[in-house]
Design a protein around this ligand. Structure first.
Ligand SMILES: Cc1cc2nc3c(=O)[nH]c(=O)nc-3n(C[C@H](O)[C@H](O)[C@H](O)COP(=O)(O)O)c2cc1C
Length: 208
């Protein structure tokens, strides 16, 4: 059975605009993909492993071409569990609002946990980097208070460029963004923008 990993990076539950759009995506996805299961990883509900000296020692062992020592393996238990969970998925849905022109801190924490040498990327003999997450698709569903669709405003958007960079780095290049914006600028436009994003999410889900 194939698996969609749904990574949730908003704490707002039923109030979340982003999750309203993701719910439409999931409803259509489940209908059109009967052979798939969904694994929900809510970053505001599940505690992520910390990255302290012992965990970072392990990272530097791997990036120096060494294997993890027994002690580092113990410190890496939580990290390895998250990496395995991430790699066990065949496709990804990321639900993340924009926070301070970028991603919420727990999504960054999650990326710092899972993006590890030898597991998600490696350096080849010629010194180039190779992403190890191959042939997997991703949908990123997002909402933001402002609207970043004009060239002038887009320079403030470090959300989409960052996510494309970090997931591209580990090998995921097939990424589609569905955005609802602006959400917090008044004018009664919010409901319409959510509705439009939900319609797009349904369309994308059935073709995914
Ligand atoms: C901590 C925080 C920081 C935010 N920073 C931005 C921002 O930089 N730019 C923006 O357009 N909206 C910003 N917003 C607004 C949210 O992106 C917007 O309300 C979004 O729809 C929230 O999504 P949610 O309802 O799914 O949680 C911020 C909201 C919060 C809570």
């Amino acid at each position: 059975m194939k698996k969609l990993l749904h990574i949730i990076a908003t704490p707002r539950g039923e109030d979340s605009r982003t999750l309203k759009i993701s719910a439409s995506f999931l409803e259509a996805f489940i209908k059109s993909h009967p052979g798939w299961t969904t694994d929900e990883l809510n970053l505001f509900k599940e505690k992520l492993p910390g990255l302290y000296m012992k965990q970072l020692d392990g990272k530097y062992m791997l990036s120096g071409g060494k294997e993890l020592t027994r002690e580092a393996l113990v410190a890496w238990q939580g990290i390895i569990q998250h990496i395995k969970r991430f790699l066990s998925a065949d496709a990804y849905l990321v639900s993340t609002p924009m926070w301070n022109f970028s991603i919420p801190y727990l999504l960054k924490h999650y990326l710092d946990v899972i993006v590890q040498p030898k597991y998600l990327f490696r350096y080849t003999d010629t010194g180039t980097k190779e992403g190890l997450v191959k042939n997997k698709k991703m949908i990123v569903i997002t909402s933001s208070g402002g609207d970043y669709s004009t060239p002038e405003a887009s320079v403030f958007d470090h959300h989409e460029p960052y996510l494309r960079t970090i997931f591209g780095f580990i090998g995921i290049k097939d990424i589609e963004f569905i955005k609802a914006q602006p959400m917090d600028m008044g004018g009664g436009i919010q409901t319409q923008k959510i509705y439009e994003a939900q319609a797009k999410a349904k369309e994308v889900a059935s073709l995914f």
